[in-house]
Design a binder for this molecule. Structure first.
Ligand SMILES: C[S@@+](CC[C@H](N)C(=O)[O-])C[C@H]1O[C@@H](n2cnc3c(N)ncnc32)[C@H](O)[C@@H]1O
Ligand code: SF4
Length: 396
C-alpha cells in the first residue's frame, strides 16, 4: 500500500480521542527479543539467530516509534493511563531505547498524570545503571520473571538465570526508585515437588514484592516442551497436585499480606494492583504496538502482522502494520465480560447475568463456589479452582 493510501479509521480502527473516552486507555508495547527461548514458551519472540536483516534490535525502537507516530496521526491524542512493555524480554533492548519509545508515546498520544509504566524483565537482563535509566525515564513498575527458586525446576523450564541473582536484581530496582516491583512465578513444572514450590514461594515473599503473579505451567502446542511431554520425557502433574499448589500459594501469599485480586495475581494493596492488566480484564481500551500486538478500542479488536521483519517492512514503507481485525458483537462482549470479571476479587455484577444465569447463583453459593457481596458474585477459593466450570454455568 502506498503511504498516501493509508485509510482513515473505518471499521476495526476507531478514533482514540473521542470514542469511549470515558474508559481507561492503555498502550502495550511488544518487544519480540529473547537471549534464548525457553522450551515451554510460545510467545511471539525471537533470538538474534532467528531474525534476519530488517528486524534487528538496533532498529526496533525506531520502527516502534514509526507505528506510534502513525497511530497518533490516524487516531488522534488520548491520555494514556497505563503503558506495559512486554515480550519477549523488553530489557534485551538498551534502556535508552525503551525510554525513547515511552517518550514518543508521551509526545504523540500524551501520558496521563500518575501514569503506570511497567516493563517485564528477566533477572539477568538488568544492571543498576539500566534500571536507573528506566526509572529516570518514567518507568514506575518492573515485573521480574523469577518462575522458581529451585535450580532443577529452572533447568526443566530452560530458564537461564541464577536464582541467587534475583534478590540483587530486586534490590537494584528498589535502589533505582521503582515504586512497584512484581515477580512472576510458575508452578506445576514436571519434577517440582510440593516442597520445591513452597521454597519458591518463601523466597519470592522474602523479596518483599508489591505484587506476585503465579501461573500454572501450560503445555503450549508446537513448543519444544510439548514435544518432550508427548515423547514421555517429562510428565505433567495431575490436576489435584496443581490445585494443591494453587491453595498453598494463596495461603502463603495471603499470610504475607498479599491479597488476591485476580485468580493468578496477588497485590500488597489496591495501589499495587497492575492497573494495565486490570484494564484488559475490564475490557477497557488499549493500543498494541509491535509485531503481533493486539489492540482493543471501543468494541473493535485488531492485530498486527506477526513477524518482526514483516512488521518493520510495512512501517518503513509507510504502511499500516495491521494484519486483521474484527468487530466484537454484543453477545461476544457479554461472554467475555463474564469470563474476565468472574476472575476478579471485585466480582461480577449480577446485573451482567441473564435471568437464567441469575437463577443458578443460589446453587453456586450453596456449593461454596461463590459468595454474594451485595449485588456482586465473588468466587470462593474452591470456586477459583473451578473457575472455568463456574463461568460455563454463568454463560449458558
Ligand atoms: C512471556 S514472559 C515475558 C517476560 C520475560 N521474558 C520472562 O520470561 O519473564 C511473561 C510470563 O509468561 C510466562 N509464560 C510463558 N509461557 C508460559 C507457559 N507456557 N505457561 C505459563 N506461563 C508462561 C513466563 O514464564 C513469564 O513469567
Ligand atoms: S518465557 Fe520470557 S524469556 Fe522465556 S522465551 Fe518466553 S518471553 Fe523469552
Amino acid at each position: 500500500m502506498n503511504p498516501t493510501e493509508i485509510p482513515r479509521p473505518t471499521t476495526g480502527e476507531r478514533d482514540l480521542g473521542t470514542s469511549g473516552a470515558a474508559r481507561p486507555f492503555g498502550v502495550y508495547v511488544h518487544v519480540p527479543f529473547c537471549r534464548v527461548r525457553c522450551g515451554y514458551c510460545d510467545f511471539n519472540t525471537y533470538t538474534a539467530d532467528e531474525l534476519g536483516e530488517g528486524a534487528t534490535r538496533a532498529t526496533y525502537a525506531d520502527t516502534a516509534i514509526r507505528e506510534i507516530v502513525q497511530a497518533a496521526e490516524r487516531f488522534g491524542r488520548r491520555p494514556v493511563e497505563t503503558v506495559f512493555f512486554g515480550g519477549g524480554t523488553p530489557t534485551q533492548l538498551p534502556s535508552t531505547d525503551l525510554v525513547r519509545i515511552l517518550q514518543a508515546i508521551d509526545e504523540r498520544l500524551g501520558l496521563a498524570e500518575g501514569v503506570e509504566v511497567t516493563t517485564e524483565a528477566n533477572p539477568d537482563s538488568v544492571t543498576p545503571e539500566s534500571l536507573a535509566v528506566l526509572r529516570a525515564g518514567g518507568f514506575t513498575r518492573i515485573s521480574f520473571g523469577v518462575q522458581s527458586a529451585v535450580p532443577h525446576v529452572l533447568a526443566t523450564l530452560e530458564r537461564t538465570h541464577d536464582p541467587a541473582n534475583v534478590p540483587q536484581a530486586v534490590r537494584w530496582a528498589r535502589e533505582a526508585g521503582f515504586e512497584q516491583v512484581s515477580v512472576d512465578l510458575i508452578y506445576g513444572t514436571p519434577g517440582e515437588s510440593f516442597d520445591d514450590w513452597r521454597r519458591s514461594l518463601e523466597q519470592a515473599i522474602a523479596l518483599g514484592p508489591d505484587h506476585v503473579s503465579a501461573y500454572a505451567l501450560i503445555v503450549e502446542e508446537g513448543t519444544a516442551f510439548a514435544r518432550k511431554v508427548r515423547r514421555g520425557e517429562v510428565v505433567m502433574p495431575d490436576d489435584d497436585e496443581t490445585a494443591d499448589k494453587y491453595v498453598l500459594a494463596d495461603e502463603m501469599l495471603s499470610a504475607a499480606g498479599l491479597g488476591w485480586y485476580e485468580l493468578s495475581n496477588w497485590a500488597r494493596d489496591g495501589s499495587a494492583q497492575c492497573r494495565h492488566n486490570v484494564l484488559y480484564w475490564r475490557s477497557d481500551d488499549w493500543l498494541g504496538i509491535g509485531p503481533g500486538a493486539h489492540s482493543h478500542v471501543a468494541g473493535e479488536r485488531w492485530w498486527n502482522v506477526k513477524h518482526p521483519a514483516a512488521y518493520a517492512q510495512r512501517l518503513v514503507a509507510g504502511e499500516s502494520p495491521r494484519h486483521d481485525g474484527e468487530t466484537i458483537d454484543a453477545e461476544t462482549a457479554h461472554v467475555e465480560q463474564i469470563m474476565l470479571e468472574t476472575r476478579l476479587r471485585s466480582g461480577l455484577g449480577l446485573d451482567t447475568l441473564s435471568e437464567a444465569a441469575r437463577a443458578s447463583v443460589p446453587e453456586l453459593v450453596a456449593r461454596d463456589l461463590a459468595t454474594l457481596e451485595g449485588d456482586r458474585l465473588v468466587l470462593t477459593r474452591t470456586g477459583r479452582l473451578l473457575a472455568d466450570a463456574v463461568v460455563r454455568e454463568l454463560v449458558d
